[in-house]
Every structure is written in structure tokens, then in C-alpha cells.
Design a protein around this ligand. Structure first.
Ligand code: UD1
Length: 387
């Protein structure tokens, strides 16, 4: 029986793998194994997502934990090499751009196992971002490149990737968002945080470029406080950022930010869905806000997800937040950008992905009729996005 090993490691990976594992259930002859590298390990950063998203328990937990980039990448490589040697998969599936993604792709490629990269082709063209290095190397090593939007395919072609290896399948993270949006627990979140619908902003911040430099962090917090004069800013805080704020003595209500522990997935979806705007340096949140139709101000100088700016609700306000005051003025005046949902961000990207992976393994769906709505994967051509 053909075997796929899926690799996840950090918070944003879990919502990407869930729809793929789910859709591959339509191909019962494919054996699936799930490996969690343990890059993220706190309950609120990892385990809660397994529970909420209905992910199977990982077959292997590599328990690598935190460390420098080299330590973390190397630890995943050493432990994942043993897993590949034992499991002997026909295909390794990696998602996103975290250190675990790169490490697993390196190991599989060197052991002669084809790699499928979900979220291929995204480029910020900024090599100071560790994620950009991870994206470039992972794509270079992958045999199957699954891009969330057409601009990803353009980047890959420009880098000389064979047309036969590129598939524009849409955005799997949006599958998960669409599956959970309707039941996201807004009444509970609203009551717990005493919020009014569209009367608050949501902030997430964790990139080293934003939080590791004390002067940058202080400037950012000052700029954010000016928004807090207009509306409360709810700030579910990443462990790295919590430590940095504490070191700088910036923690607390007096800074105008309402710090809360990292939220579960469904709570966070509810929080975003009812916000006046979202401020973030995350990648995936730029995409999620575009689909929710909530204005997003991205605290970065660039983005690997330009479709969220061109078509969606995203605006770059720079890593130091210098364009934030003008953006917030505009929001208060006009209600902000509404945008449109990019092509193929339709809730069916997992099915299209499963179809491509199965075809690579020479397997047909047991019940092709199970694919309904959106694009029919049977019409999928190698390098053509489905209609
Ligand atoms: C990682 C990804 C980033 C992604 C982010 C989502 C890389 C290079 N970066 O960044 O692309 O957007 O995850 O959250 O892979 N920590 C805990 N508990 C945890 C996890 C981390 O306390 O469960 C602390 C550790 O002290 C660690 C720090 O947070 O030093 C940073 O964790 P790390 O995995 O290195 O990267 P992230 O900043 O989370």
C-alpha cells in the first residue's frame, strides 16, 4: 500500500494539514502517518489544535522543542531521518515555511523520497526572513509544488521549476477557516473579553524582526497605543513576545494593550471575524482576514502573500508601524478595505491536493463522487488551475 508521511511542527502547520489528511480519507488504499516534530510544544501552541481540528494523534512526536535555528533544524533532521528509515514512505508532505518544513524536506530528498510542498512558491524576496530561506530551499527540493495562488506558480516558473511539478490548488488554510467559521464561539469570546462587535482591534506579533530589538518593540508599542485611544486592542500573546515585553517592562494594561494567552483556533477565528481590524506580522492571518473581509494591517515591510494586498483586505504598514496612523485614520473614516476572495480559496483546496498526491502514487479515489461543489478535481490538468 502506498504510504504518505505528513510532517507538522509549529502552530500554523496544523490548520494546513487537517484538510489534506481529511481529503485523503477518500483514498483508503493510501496509508497516512502523521509526524509532529514538537517545534511548538505548549498546549496552547500545539496540542489544542490537534483537539480542535480533529487531527489524528501524531504517530510520532519527535519532541525537538526550542533552540537556535541550527539546533532546531538539526534536531528535526536527525530524528526524522530515523522515522523515514523505519516508515519507508512513498511520499513526504510538508506544509508552510517553518524550520520543521525545511528540515523534513532536506531529510526526505536526501533519502530519495519525493517531497510534496503545500504552500509552494510564496516569496517575500527578503532573505533576512528565516521563513524565506525555508521556502526557497524546500521548494528547490520538492518534486510536487502545490501553490495557493497563481502568483506562487509564477515565482516557481521564474526559478526554473519544471511546469509538470507545479499545481495551483488553492489555499488549504482557508479550507479550515471555512469549515470552522460558522461555529466559531463568538458569544463566549465576546462575553469573556467584554467586547462589542467591530468595536476592537486584534493584534498578533511574534517575528524576531519586530520583537527581538528593544528599540523597535518600544516604538511599535507606542504606535499601537495611539490606536488603543480609539479602540481596545486585544493581544493574544506568543511566548516569545511575552518574554520580550516583560524584559522591556512593557507588559500591562497601562500600555493600552489587552494581553491574553494564546487562544484556541476557533476562539481566534471568532475574535478576528468580529474585529474592526487586525494588526499582525503573521503570514496566515493576512490570508484569513482577506477571506473574512476584515481589514488587516501587516506590521512588515514586505509580504510573500501579495494577493492579499492586490485583491484582499491587507495593507502593509511597515515593520516599525510607521504607516499605521494613516491606515487607522482611513479605517475610521471609510471602514477600510473590503476586497475580494482570491480564486480557488473556496474550501476545496484539500481535495484538489489529495487528488494530486494520489495521482502521483498511482491511486484513484474510491468514490470520485465525494468531490462536490467548487472545482471537480477530475478536470484538473497538471499545470492548470481548475475552474
Ligand atoms: C515559528 C516559525 C514562524 C511561524 C511561528 C508561528 C520558524 C523559523 N518560525 O516561529 O514562521 O510564523 O512559528 O507561531 O520556524 N515557545 C514556547 N512554546 C512553544 C513554542 C515556542 O515557549 O510551544 C517559545 C520558545 O521559547 C522559543 C520561542 O517561543 O524560543 C520561539 O519559538 P520558535 O519555534 O523558535 O519560533 P516561532 O517564533 O514560534
Amino acid at each position: 500500500m502506498p504510504k504518505i508521511v505528513h510532517v507538522v511542527g509549529a502552530r500554523p502547520n496544523f490548520m494546513k494539514i487537517a484538510p489534506i489528511i481529511g481529503a485523503l480519507a477518500d483514498y483508503p488504499s493510501i496509508t497516512q502517518r502523521l509526524v509532529h516534530t514538537g517545534q511548538h510544544y505548549d498546549h496552547k501552541m500545539a496540542l489544542v489544535f490537534f483537539e480542535e481540528l480533529g487531527l489524528p494523534r501524531p504517530d510520532r512526536d519527535l519532541g525537538v522543542g526550542s533552540g537556535s535555528h541550527a539546533e532546531q533544524t538539526a534536531a528535526v533532521m536527525v530524528r526524522f531521518e530515523a522515522v523515514v528509515a523505519e516508515e519507508r514512505p512513498d511520499l513526504v508532505v510538508v506544509v508552510g515555511d517553518v524550520n520543521s518544513t525545511l528540515a523534513a524536506a532536506l531529510v526526505a530528498a536526501k533519502m530519495g523520497v519525493p517531497v510534496a510542498h503545500v504552500e509552494a512558491g510564496l516569496r517575500s524576496f527578503d532573505l533576512t526572513m528565516p521563513e524565506e530561506i525555508n521556502r526557497l530551499v524546500t521548494d528547490r527540493l520538492s518534486a510536487i509544488l502545490l501553490a495557493p495562488s497563481a502568483d506562487g506558480a509564477v515565482n516557481l516558473r521564474r526559478e526554473g521549476v519544471s511546469e509538470r511539478a507545479i499545481f495551483v490548488v488553492g489555499n488549504v488554510m482557508i479550507d479550515t477557516l471555512m469549515a470552522h467559521r460558522a461555529t466559531a464561539p463568538w458569544p463566549e469570546v465576546q462575553a469573556a473579553l467584554a467586547l462589542t462587535d467591530r468595536g476592537y482591534a486584534v493584534l498578533t506579533l511574534h517575528r524576531p524582526a519586530n520583537v527581538d530589538d528593544p528599540a523597535r518593540l518600544r516604538t511599535l508599542v507606542e504606535r499601537l497605543q495611539r490606536i488603543a485611544a480609539h479602540m481596545p486592542i486585544v493581544f493574544p500573546i506568543h511566548p516569545r513576545t511575552a518574554r520580550r515585553l516583560e524584559e522591556q517592562g512593557l507588559r500591562g494594561e497601562s500600555d493600552g494593550l489587552r494581553l491574553v494567552d494564546p487562544l484556541g483556533y476557533r476562539e481566534f477565528v471568532a475574535l478576528m471575524d468580529h474585529a474592526a481590524c487586525v494588526l499582525t506580522d503573521s503570514g496566515g492571518i493576512q490570508e484569513e482576514t482577506t477571506v473574512l473581509g476584515v481589514p488587516c494591517f501587516t506590521l512588515r515591510d514586505n509580504t510573500e502573500r501579495p494577493v492579499t494586498i492586490d485583491e484582499g483586505t491587507n495593507t502593509l504598514v511597515m515593520a516599525d508601524g510607521r504607516l499605521l496612523p494613516a491606515a487607522v485614520d482611513d479605517l475610521l473614516r471609510t471602514g477600510g478595505k473590503r476586497g475580494r476572495i482570491p480564486d480557488l480559496w473556496d474550501g476545496h483546496a484539500g481535495r484538489r491536493t489529495a487528488h494530486i498526491l494520489a495521482r502521483h502514487l498511482g491511486v484513484e479515489a474510491a468514490e470520485p463522487a465525494a468531490v462536490s461543489g467548487g472545482a471537480s478535481v477530475s478536470r484538473l490538468a497538471a499545470h492548470e488551475p481548475p475552474l
